[in-house]
Design a protein around this ligand. Structure first.
Ligand code: G3H
Ligand code: 13P
Ligand code: NA
Ligand code: ZN
Length: 328
């Protein structure tokens, strides 16, 4: 059944678990997420970015999610719009039937330019007023995702600030977070702690200097009732990088957010964990391997089945690690 994200995250807070929010733009990702949820008895957050809408088309995306709800009626699903760049974008998603939207006012309408605090409060508060009138939840973001080493947002083609960020933009301030939540009434707050989108988050395994779980603890201590959201939370599995590179890929050495660090965050108020890149890596690795090992195959269902199975394994592992399993 379709439920609001607030309802789902309230349950997660009460029972001390986190919910992975997987990005979708195609059928195989959708099946992987739902079959994994079904097998582990987990609630699901399915999120779609502007890039996903552009790739699949809004009606296809909407009906893909509705089809998931129809096929798995016993699984609670929140249908979330990821990184909305304006109240108008969020309003269109609400009209499309999303039960949750992200108003990312940390960046301007171009999705690239860091904004002022007052701008962020203004667009987020307006979105909350409109969404709550429709029973839809809102995620806001305070601080900018980016590397604490380089100040760069990281991803070349995706969502993220352009240019170098200041150190104080890269770590959400606990006092400002408290003020922001009070001023906007957001249901969940995305915070900056050193993660970034995409596969190139850390040049070596992160330490407390490059990934600040400590900052999560400080924010949670200040606003214990607020559901915190970690973006850029793919773990970039080394085993999938090896498979990709073994079968013709060229991905340089890189590291993600270790699952055990996310689990530590979940102990301190993190309730939603955004994951896109890990499913992309698993899918690409599985397809490369399948085609290399089965050079005579040409039915896409064969290699897409391998892709789905690989993504499903990642989903199940996250549902189990984050404590989501058993809570559907
Ligand atoms: O927010 C970032 C997500 O990974 C979405 O990426 O814009 O390529 O769909 P995308
Ligand atoms: P990753 O690129 O780490 O998977 O993060 C996805 C994300 O934050 C989507 O909003
Ligand atoms: Na989001
Ligand atoms: Zn994100």
């Amino acid at each position: 059944a379709l439920i609001s994200m607030r309802q789902m995250l309230d349950h997660a807070a009460e029972h001390g678990y986190g919910v992975p929010a997987f990005n979708v733009n195609n059928l195989e990702q959708m099946r992987a997420i739902m079959e994994a949820a079904d097998e582990t008895d987990s609630p699901v957050i399915i999120q779609a970015s502007a890039g996903a809408r552009k790739y699949a088309g809004a009606p296809f995306l909407r009906h893909l999610i509705l089809a998931a709800i129809e096929e798995f009626p016993h699984i609670p699903v929140a249908m979330h719009q990821d990184h909305g760049t304006s109240p108008a974008v969020c309003q269109r998603s609400i009209q499309l039937g999303f039960s949750s939207v992200m108003m990312d006012g940390s960046l301007g309408e171009d999705g690239k330019t860091p904004t002022s605090y007052d701008y962020n409060v203004d667009v987020t508060r307006r979105t909350v007023e409109m969404a709550h009138a429709c029973g839809v939840s809102v995620e806001g973001e305070l601080g900018c995702l980016g590397s604490l080493e380089t100040g760069m947002a990281g991803e070349e083609d995706g969502v993220g600030a352009e240019g170098k960020l200041d150190h104080d933009q890269l770590l959400t301030d606990p006092e400002e977070a408290a003020d922001f939540v009070k001023a906007t009434h957001v249901d969940a707050l995305a915070i900056a702690i050193g993660t970034s989108h995409g596969a190139y988050k850390f040049t070596r395994p992160p330490t407390g200097d490059t990934l600040s779980i400590q900052r999560i603890k400080e924010i949670h201590a200040r606003i214990p009732e607020t559901h915190l959201v970690m973006h850029g939370s793919s773990s970039v599995p080394q085993e999938w990088l090896e498979v990709i590179n073994e079968f013709g890929g060229e991905i340089p050495e890189t590291y993600g957010v270790p699952v055990e660090e996310i689990v530590e965050g979940i102990k301190h108020g993190v309730r939603k964990v955004n994951i896109d890149t890990d499913l992309r890596l698993a899918s690409t690795g599985a397809v490369r391997r399948f085609l290399a090992e089965n050079p005579a195959e040409f039915d896409p269902r064969k290699f897409l089945k391998a892709s789905t199975a690989a993504m499903k394994d990642v989903c199940k592992a996250r549902y189990e690690a984050f404590g989501t399993a058993g809570n559907a």
